[in-house]
Write a protein that binds this ligand. Structure first.
Ligand code: NAD
Length: 248
């Protein structure tokens, strides 16, 4: 057997938005398992504190990331409480699905603000400290839907495609400061949402996936931890697709 290598994030300070449940909760947990200090963020402080109590070296914070001033306050609070910020994971996201012809302006704005503007403001806020410290890992959670499009999700797909352009632009602007910016694009991941599907709908979906199963939240978290680690020190401006081969 060859040498074993563990991802070691000891001493690194990480912020994960939308980390009170689902994929964000798994990302926060795995970053902590790898040794990082983690800021758990949700809209409800009590919920964030409850999740933080279950994760080693974690603390809870509250912010509505669709409000720019709240994102800026959040980044400042986390930098003060943790003593810096090395790893920023923009994970919070929502859907407000409808066919494009029926989609209301408000549903467009809500999804773009929660999924895309939130990441822009968080990156702009966090990158100041990262530039001073000459280290940063920014990871944006996009979706295969942002690469492929999807009926009924024009707003969501546009927000997720927007994250790809944001990721590549930030990678180019901040690369000289040793700040890496990448995206992870999950396919269909088993969460509360997909667990509610009928067996028929689930079978039809699974039939489209070469690995013949839905993804687990840990599959996404693994890609994020790798991107945050020294193993990915020469990777920036990329979209890592974690979809069981669906988009291939
Ligand atoms: P989820 O709904 O279970 O969790 C989303 C989290 O974001 C929740 O904790 C929620 O409270 C938080 N959040 C939403 N809006 C927020 C706001 N304005 N301010 C602060 N927090 C907010 O979703 P999930 O399935 O875990 O998805 C996480 C991310 O992964 C999302 O960006 C989603 O688009 C993306 N994604 C999910 C899948 C999937 O199959 N589940 C596939 C591709 C991409």
């Amino acid at each position: 057997t060859g040498p074993t290598m563990r991802i070691d994030l000891t001493g690194k300070k990480a912020l994960v938005t939308g980390s009170t449940r689902g994929i964000g909760r798994a990302i926060a947990g795995m970053l902590a398992e790898c040794g990082a200090d983690v800021a758990i963020v949700g809209r409800d402080k009590a919920k964030a504190d409850a999740v933080a109590a279950e994760v080693p070296r974690a603390r809870g914070f509250a912010a509505d990331v669709s409000v720019p001033a709240e994102v800026e306050r959040l980044v400042g609070e986390v930098e003060t409480a943790l003593g810096g910020l090395d790893i920023l994971v923009n994970n919070a996201g929502i859907t407000k699905d409808n066919l494009m012809l029926r989609m209301k302006d408000d549903d467009w704005d809500a999804v773009l603000n929660a999924n895309l503007r939130s990441a822009f403001v968080a990156i702009r806020s966090a990158s100041r400290g990262m530039m001073k410290r000459r280290f940063g890992r920014i990871i944006n959670i996009t979706s295969v839907v942002g690469l492929m499009g999807n009926k009924g999700q024009a707003n969501y797909a546009a927000s997720k495609a927007g994250l790809v352009g944001l990721t590549k632009s930030v990678a180019k602007e901040l690369g000289s400061r040793n700040i890496l910016c990448n995206a992870v694009a999950p396919g269909f991941i088993s969460t509360d949402m997909t667990d509610a599907m009928t067996p028929e709908a689930r079978a039809a979906l699974t039939g489209e996936i070469p690995l013949e199963r839905l993804g687990a939240v840990q599959d996404v978290a693994g890609a994020v931890c790798w991107l945050a680690s020294d193993l990915a020190a020469y990777v920036t401006g990329q979209v890592i697709v974690v979809d069981g081969g669906l988009a291939a």
